[in-house]
Design a protein around this ligand. Structure first.
Ligand code: LLP
Length: 448
């Protein structure tokens, strides 16, 4: 029995690195589709989703729940389709993500529109699609959404995102619940804003009923505050912060209910950490136990979960080719054909990603793996023990299914890379490698 080295990755009897349920050779994938290349495993994605659903089913105790996959983690259409087929909905943060979800066949009634700044056009798009919930992060947005909903005669549901003033232990750039973070509405202001909003709505409704000439379409529109939510950050390993946030959420729900609001949706965001190196990650069961200790068990309560990284983080690798190696004053440096524009995480968060050679027998040496971009931040590993690569070798950069391709760019006019999905015994191209035409198409037509 061959030992799995990391999620979906193992070396076969001949010491060749394989990935996915049918054990595709990393070298074959590189030769068939070219490098750099993202490859995902459908069974790992489904496995993570099913694990989440399974734990929810056994622990929810009568509460209704919905998994809204956080699209920003990886928004490829085929991935969205795969996730939709598993019954999940989506957490989106832009009109572009909404457009993708609709193309992938995700039911609008399973879509939550999050984000700290949505434009009027984006809000209108969400209204017209009839999405499940708008997660609203400010009073300004609440009033704007209501105005737009009234204008279009659409009834919409709102969940207010709270800022609970707690700092989850993770990288500061991906901690979102602290008092100085831009996200959410300070929890102590939620009740006031909700009351003020209701008062204004009642005023508007009174004015409307006095105006007999009002067309009936406009009479029905507006928004209802019927949810509360939080998202305190990403790659969180310590479940106690989720519990603290849930406590604040439930206290707020009680005070809103006492004031006559019917809070039927509680959105607990995403943020569960995964293993990149040797982190001790929370079991889904323990994460849910923490939340369910606090969340009420009312029959009319719908719980929303927005995992991104947990679903796809460990299900994707980036295959890159070693272009050359050099020795700068005793420092061994491997230059590969992937760069920070393809995977930004190490440059942005100094994140760790395991790096494996396509052949097991390569020894190890202290070295760096860098990309060709003109920035010193363009590295995947900095002075650490790496395989002793040879020119032309392939490296697999692990655990980059989430926030890998979705954060990629054309910096340095590099063509964005291809994506492949392994499903059963097939490796299917799910995004073509960009071509020079793609790089220039939006400029050529308006070049002077
Ligand atoms: N819900 C909301 C409102 C979010 O803002 C996010 C992620 C999620 C759910 C999903 O969180 P997850 O389960 O994936 O942790 N680019 C960074 C991560 C940024 C996360 C932003 N928000 C990285 O590469 O680590």
């Amino acid at each position: 029995m061959l030992q799995e080295y990391r999620e979906g990755l193992l070396y076969d009897e001949e010491g060749r690195l394989c990935f996915g349920e049918s054990k595709f050779l990393v070298e074959d994938l590189a030769l068939e589709f070219g490098t750099p290349l993202y490859v995902y495993s459908a069974s790992l994605i489904q496995g993570a989703l099913r694990e989440f659903y399974g734990a929810l089913k056994s622990q929810a105790g009568g509460r209704s729940f919905l998994i809204c996959y956080s699209v920003k983690a990886n928004s490829n259409l085929s991935i969205l389709r795969l996730i939709q087929k598993e019954g999940a909905g989506a957490d989106i943060v832009s009109a572009g993500e909404l457009h993708r979800c609709r193309k992938a066949g995700i039911d609008p009634q399973k879509i939550v529109f999050s984000g700290v700044g949505k434009s009027p056009e984006e809000l209108e798009y969400g209204l017209k699609e009839g999405i499940l919930l708008f997660s609203v992060e400010s009073a300004d947005e609440l009033f704007l959404l209501d105005k737009l909903a009234r204008r279009h005669g659409i009834q919409a549901r709102v969940s207010l995102r709270i800022n609970p003033d707690l700092t989850a232990s993770t990288h500061p750039y991906i901690s979102t619940g602290g008092r100085k973070d831009k996200f959410g509405i300070p929890s102590e202001e939620i009740l006031d804003i909700s009351l003020r909003f209701r008062e204004k709505c009642q005023e508007k409704d009174r004015e409307k009923s006095q105006k007999k000439s009002q067309d009936s379409k406009g009479d029905t529109g507006g928004v209802e505050i019927c949810g509360l939510g939080f998202h305190i950050g990403s790659q969180i390993l310590d479940t106690s912060s989720f519990e603290q946030a849930a406590t604040i959420l439930c206290e707020l729900r009680s005070s809103l209910q006492k004031s006559g609001f019917s809070i039927r949706y509680l959105d607990v965001g995403g943020g569960i950490g995964i293993r990149y190196k040797d982190e001790k990650t929370p079991a889904i069961k323990d994460y849910l136990t923490c939340l369910f200790r606090k969340l009420p068990q009312d029959a009319d309560l719908n719980l929303l979960f927005e995992p991104g990284r947990f679903i796809i983080g460990n299900a994707g690798i980036l295959i890159t080719k070693i272009l050359l190696s050099k020795n700068n004053r005793g420092n061994k440096i491997y230059v590969c054909d992937a760069a920070m524009n393809d995977l930004m995480r190490p440059a942005l968060y100094q994140s760790y990603h395991e790096i494996l050679a396509h052949r097991k027998e390569r020894g190890k040496c202290n070295s760096s793996l860098v990309g060709p971009i003109c920035e010193s931040g363009d590295f995947f590993a900095n002075e650490r023990l790496l395989p002793s690569f040879e020119q032309g070798d392939y490296a697999a950069i692990c655990s980059c299914g989430a926030y890998g391709f979705s954060m990629s760019s054309n910096y340095n006019s590099r063509l964005r890379l291809a994506e492949v999905l392994i499903q059963g015994n097939k490796a299917k191209l799910i995004r073509q490698r960009e071509r020079y035409e793609d790089l220039l198409s939006l400029e050529e037509s308006c070049m002077f």
